[in-house]
Design a protein around this ligand. Structure first.
Ligand SMILES: C[S@@+](CC[C@H](N)C(=O)[O-])C[C@H]1O[C@@H](n2cnc3c(N)ncnc32)[C@H](O)[C@@H]1O
Length: 222
């Protein structure tokens, strides 16, 4: 999602690796995008009026699963996982994000959870999870990387597990493409492509909810 209006929840900076050091999991590209946790929430709500409804719907979609372990991919400041954790108070929580700054905020909100700096393209943490959730993060991967991630998610889902993913998608009707997309850091795919990649990963996937260029997909192991 880009640009983030004047609020600039995300900034684009040129990083000099000689100065900043190359963080584990960061790409070699000279341009790096960073979300600013101090402005993120206001800006994303301004840009996606359905943001809070989306988050609530993800949390609702986790009901009915007896979750001992939950993983959030692209956890950011913890908006999704906070809502999910309320429904699964005894579950172990693991969140992954490439932004240490976003994770600092998530840690303050959920001190008992484990937050890991990492990229979704990297191997996922060991173990199995009854729930894997992700909101507005997977569209930062290109098509092959999404398909690869779905394979790795399927490997981490417990037999009765569920993957709930909400994201910006390429809508069937171009006039529904209302979320600002930069085409560089944002690489949305269509719902049908993603259902196909989830199917290839051995998951039964379906659309739980959609509105214009937002969709929530739900997938369970066959
Ligand atoms: C739009 S924010 C969404 C955050 C949160 N899930 C939410 O719903 O508010 C996207 C998040 O994905 C993270 N992100 C983007 N690309 C990533 C990647 N390749 N690997 C890990 N995290 C990534 C960003 O750092 C950011 O925190």
């Amino acid at each position: 999602m880009w640009p983030y209006g004047d609020g600039a929840a995300r900034t684009c900076q040129r990083e000099d690796p000689a100065v900043s050091g190359k963080r584990k999991g960061m790409s070699d590209e000279p341009w790096q995008f960073h979300f600013d946790p101090t402005t993120y929430l206001d800006a994303v709500r301004a840009e996606l009026p359905d943001y809070d409804e989306l988050q609530d719907r993800i949390a609702q979609a986790t009901e009915g699963i007896d979750a001992r372990s939950i993983m959030d991919l692209g956890v950011g400041t913890g908006e999704t996982i906070s809502r999910v954790a309320q429904r699964h108070p005894l579950a172990r929580i693991v969140g992954i994000d490439e932004s240490p700054e976003m994770l600092d905020v998530a840690r303050q909100r959920l001190p008992g959870a484990e937050f890991l700096v990492g990229r979704l393209e990297d191997p996922l943490p060991d173990g199995t999870f009854e729930l894997v959730v992700s909101a507005l993060a997977v569209h930062h991967l290109d098509g092959p990387a999404k398909a690869d991630l779905f394979q790795r998610v399927a490997q981490r889902l417990s037999p009765a597990g569920r993957f709930v993913m909400a994201d910006v998608v390429v809508p069937e009707d171009p006039s529904d493409a209302v979320t600002p997309i930069d085409g560089v850091y944002d690489k949305p795919s269509s719902v049908s492509e993603q259902l196909s990649w989830l199917d290839d990963a051995g998951l039964n996937a379906s659309v739980l909810w959609s509105r214009r260029d937002l969709a929530i997909l739900i997938a369970e192991r066959r």
